[in-house]
Ligand binder design. Structure first.
Ligand code: GLC
Length: 552
């Protein structure tokens, strides 16, 4: 009975919206990343929590996002702010309780939105019971759950692998007289994914959350999960600017410590678990060149639904390069592989700091008009910038370990700026990271009512994307690019939309060679131009982006 009713509804929807109905929620939707420590504090301890997020769901709905991804909320000693998990099936008391979580999940669903969690399967905390057991003796049944090695002669390290956070990736354990491997902090020992018991334990974790109704996972450092079984030395990167003595990760090319062929079997295993539930999403965090990235879709699309595409974060912001990267990506995608784009996250400088606030609007327009699922990082929608954190307030281990390299991630993780009031409405206590002086100017409350604000711009882009399915599921055709501009068309049966973006600060002209474009501007970074008609040659101001609805 229920099934027929659902089927009837689906059929009716398909008739009403033939195109949208053939796509899944994560293909048409928009993902919004929340860093829970920094979104909203509800109990005055200066750290964001689940109840705080609950209070802000109205905002997210008003903004128009479809899916919330939470960075880790599990019990953790917080050596890497939650990416060092000591219990995969609990909630850290700082964030609340399991009841709070259940309430949040239900509230998200009641609003027609989705919730996905961060899954960190590559490593645990050194305080996780699995590791405590594993390190307790060489013959403990869980010894082989982690990567232990005797090392070479005279205490030499097993190989030259380095930690992403600097220094050697091997830690000597005095008690059992062996080294263990940690790609990140020594407090984050890597699991041995070649061990079937480890595989089973983590699949059980996934079942636990999926049964609760969680809509999927963003899998942390997916490309790290399996290492070369012979533990061979990584080769050096040619002409590296780094001194080998400084033990900087980028000195070596991690060809043996990451992206091993066997990883795809693990990803497939995870996908099989998510496939047992309806409509769940598997995202992989993967920093690799495009031709390798796309292999994570898996043979016959049996891998991740969305291997995160970080090109907009990692490439220099130059029109020609970006245009080429978009085309390269489109060209490399496997048949039926759904694209995706990310503009910011908790590990990278914020877009408004990298590009400036004006260009950040152009970047938003690019993110939200390209073909594929966009991911927005909290605060970028109000143009939050990296906040300068004094040396003695730095807490990010990456920043603390490499103080001279300016690589602390704290500046991009500061509290959300909600209001012009004390502590920006984030907390009644002392925020765990300081706010910028500018929060009284740059905040949700003020921008909400200002039609020219970054927030209003984001919101109208999100609404536009919903209103014009061509932007969600239409085809992508590049039409023009030069040193300043990029232009492309998104098209379906109903709509033909031309997107023109000036990635430079200086005015630019587009002279499409083989086509005549006529139409009306439906959105622009210069709101005065909305509604104007354009024909053929177009002139753009510096930092301008616009969308033209073309006449056919
Ligand atoms: C991922 C996370 C990052 C974390 C690292 C180790 O890259 O995004 O924040 O430090 O993994 O878990």
């Amino acid at each position: 009975m229920a099934a027929t009713k659902i089927e009837a509804t689906i059929e009716a929807t398909k008739k009403a919206y033939p195109e949208e109905a053939s796509h899944l929620w994560w293909q048409t939707g928009i993902i919004y990343q929340i860093y829970p420590r920094s979104f909203q504090d509800s109990n005055g301890d200066g750290i964001g929590d689940l109840k705080g997020i609950l209070q802000r769901l109205d905002y997210l709905q008003w903004l128009g996002v479809d899916c919330v991804w939470l960075s880790p909320i599990y019990p953790s000693p917080m050596a890497d702010f939650g990416y060092d998990i000591s219990d995969y099936q609990g909630i850290h008391p700082l964030f609340g309780t399991m009841d709070d979580f259940d309430e949040l999940l239900e509230a998200v669903h009641n609003r027609g939105m989705k919730l996905i969690l961060d899954l960190v399967p590559n490593h645990t905390s050194d305080q996780h019971p699995w590791f405590l057991e594993s390190r307790s003796s060489r013959d403990n049944p869980k010894r082989d759950w982690y990567i232990w090695h005797d090392g070479g002669e005279n205490g030499a390290l097993p190989n030259n692998w380095l930690s992403v956070f600097g220094g050697h990736a091997w830690e000597w354990d005095e008690i059992t007289q062996q080294y263990y491997y940690h790609a990140f902090l020594k407090e984050q020992p890597d699991l041995n994914w070649r061990n079937p018991q480890v595989q089973e334990a983590m699949m059980n974790v996934m079942h636990f959350w999926l049964k609760k109704g969680v809509d999927g996972f963003r899998v942390d450092v997916m490309w790290h999960m399996i290492k070369d079984d012979q533990l061979r030395n990584n080769p050096t990167v040619p002409d590296s600017p780094f001194d080998p003595k400084d033990l900087i990760y980028e000195f070596y090319d991690p060809v043996y410590s990451t992206d091993q062929p066997e990883v795809h079997e693990i990803v497939r295993m995870m996908r099989r678990v998510t496939n047992q539930y309806t409509d769940r999403l598997l995202i992989g965090e993967i920093y690799l060149p495009i031709h390798k990235l796309v292999t994570y879709y898996g043979a016959d699309r049996s891998g991740a639904h969305l291997p995160f595409n970080f090109q907009l974060l990692t490439l220099p912001w130059e029109a020609e390069q970006i245009a080429r990267a978009i085309d390269e990506y489109e060209g490399a995608l496997p048949v039926d592989g759904w694209p995706n784009w990310v503009l910011g996250n908790h590990d990278q400088p914020r877009v408004a700091s990298r590009l400036g606030r004006s260009q950040a609007r152009v970047a938003a327009m690019l993110l939200l008009t390209l073909r594929g699922t966009p991911t927005i990082y909290y605060g970028d929608e109000i143009g939050m910038r990296d906040v300068p954190i004094p040396q003695d307030e730095v807490v990010d281990p990456q920043g603390l370990n490499m103080p001279d390299r300016n690589v602390s991630r704290d500046p991009a993780r500061t509290p959300m700026q909600w209001t012009p009031d004390e502590n920006a409405g984030f907390t009644d206590g002392k925020p765990w990271l300081r706010l910028p002086h500018s929060f009284r100017r740059v905040n949700v409350e003020l921008q909400k009512d200002d039609p020219d604000s970054m927030l209003a711009f984001y919101r109208s882009l999100l609404a536009l994307r919903r209103r014009h399915p061509a932007l969600q599921t239409g085809t992508y055709t590049p039409v023009y690019s030069d040193k300043q501009l990029i232009a492309y068309i998104r098209e379906n049966e109903k709509d033909r939309l031309l997107i023109v973006l000036n990635l430079s600060h200086r005015p630019g002209y587009i002279r499409p060679q083989n086509e005549n474009f006529k139409g009306e501007i439906i959105i622009s970074t210069e709101s005065e131009r909305i509604g104007l008609r354009i024909e053929n040659n177009m002139m753009l101001s510096g930092d301008e982006g616009l969308i033209v609805r073309l006449e056919r």
